[in-house]
Design a protein around this ligand. Structure first.
Ligand code: ADP
Ligand code: ASP
Ligand code: MG
Length: 411
């Protein structure tokens, strides 16, 4: 067990993901665990996701009835998934004699901006939860949702229950935020693709941010940002084995500084290339202003050096934003003087993340050599001080992850 265990009488936030509450039996198992944590003398605030694949099913239903899918109504629909879980878990806790009370995001005081579908938390008013704790109840909060400053229900983006949990942990001053999921921690690669992946004992906030940003969906990116900004230690662990998992916390001496800690992959982005644009000031500015004005989240950007005064600009965007991005680029093409706009939805990103990269040159070369040996072509490259990412064809992504995991001896 890690050095960071709950000491004395602690307040702990426990978050349970979809698989962990997928059916009645799982909900009773979760109730057991919450009741046991209480018997150990700790105060518990619980955050739950929707049961199993409920969110996906609700999204399909919305697709079946509507092409427009107004954001306000979609959020009202999706937020219902986590509400179901809160009520059922409170009932299961009642059977164990553990007093509990369910709260929607709104009731829990999660205030957000008005961006439906990916709202940002602007304020957390924890008073109702504090009152519940004071009278000995376990507050069970619906994750992934809040209420906007315009008093509409909002959702926080896929995986957003993690963010709810960390935001509450920060506001209530919890000693730790436990994220219970279907794997036993943060691994050196997605265990679904690399069965030999190793569980990491501890990961720094900075490394976890890069892992989450590059496809390691075990924690939502925003939840890690929140945890880092407020210094909330996270413990990612299994709700099936209940064993100790991975601590995500501020960097300290006890952490091993691996050169490479994890290889991640992301298949959710697409590539857009604008060709033959004149190499003069203002071209990139108008293109990316146009995309920003349509709320497109541009990720990697590559611009070639110009040949005879023209250049190509490639960038990646979430696949969901591809249509809008093409619309923007095609509309701007005549004004900026571009010859063509090309879309490639079949790209993926593989990345290596490791705090030790800062002081160890050569990782980039070794990564490129590994991909070359596998005959995998690199289409785009981007780096940070502790990460290297390559965009490759989606067909090769599993092969790339497995080869890199082996080449860097991460097992
Ligand atoms: P939950 O519903 O509990 O929030 P998620 O599906 O969001 O669970 O996240 C857990 C999943 O994340 C795992 O089943 C695993 O396949 C995936 N995953 C991807 N990369 C990693 C990684 N590096 N370590 C652990 N899990 C990972
Ligand atoms: N139920 C939501 C989703 O599937 C939120 C979450 O589980 O964190 O994305
Ligand atoms: Mg999740």
């Amino acid at each position: 067990m890690s050095a960071l265990v709950l000491v004395g009488v602690a307040l702990v936030v426990q978050k349970f993901g979809g698989t962990s509450v997928a059916d009645a039996e799982r909900i009773r198992a979760v109730a057991d665990h919450v009741a046991r944590t209480r018997r150990q003398g700790h105060q518990v605030v619980v955050v739950v996701s929707a049961m199993g694949k409920t969110t996906d099913e609700l999204l399909r239903l919305a697709d079946d009835v509507s092409r427009a899918r107004p954001g306000r109504e979609l959020d009202m629909l999706l937020s219902s998934g986590e509400r179901i879980t809160t009520a059922l878990l409170c009932m299961a806790l009642a059977d164990l004699g553990t007093p509990a009370a369910s709260f929607t995001g709104s009731q829990a005081g999660i205030i957000t901006d008005t961006t439906h579908g990916r709202a940002k938390i602007t304020e957390v008013r924890g008073d109702r939860l504090r009152q519940a704790l004071a009278v000995g109840q376990v507050p069970v909060v619906a994750g992934f949702q809040g209420v906007s400053v315009a008093r509409d229900v909002t959702t926080l983006g896929r995986g957003g229950s993690d963010t709810t949990a960390v935001a509450l942990a920060a506001t209530l001053g919890a000693q730790a935020c436990e994220i219970y999921t279907d794997v036993s921690g943060v691994f050196s690669a997605d265990p679904r693709i690399v069965p030999a992946a190793r569980r990491l004992a501890a990961v720094s906030f900075d490394e976890m941010l890069e892992i989450a940003a590059t496809g390691g969906r075990v924690l939502a990116l925003r939840s890690v940002e929140f945890a880092r900004n407020h210094g909330v230690p996270l413990h990612v662990r299994s709700s099936f084995t209940w064993e100790a998992g991975t601590w995500v916390k501020g960097e300290d001496e006890s952490m091993e500084q691996s050169i490479v800690s994890a290889v991640t992959h992301d298949t959710t982005e697409a590539k857009v290339t604008v060709t033959g644009v004149p190499d003069r000031p203002g071209v990139a500015a108008s293109l990316f202003r146009g995309l920003a004005d349509r709320a497109v989240n541009v990720d990697m950007i590559v611009q070639n050096t110009s040949v005879r005064g023209t250049t190509d600009i490639s960038f990646t965007v979430p696949k969901d934003d591809l249509a809008v991005s093409l619309e923007v680029a095609l509309a701007l093409a005549p004004t900026i003087g571009a010859t063509d706009v090309l879309a490639d939805p079949d790209v993926s990103r593989v990345s290596l993340v490791g705090a030790g990269m800062k002081t160890n040159p050569g990782v980039t070369a070794a990564m490129f050599e590994t991909l070359a040996r596998e005959g995998i072509n690199i289409e785009m490259i981007s780096t940070s001080s502790i990460r290297i990412s390559c965009v490759i064809h989606t067909d090769a992504v599993e092969q790339a992850v497995q080869a890199l995991h082996e080449a860097f001896e991460l097992a």
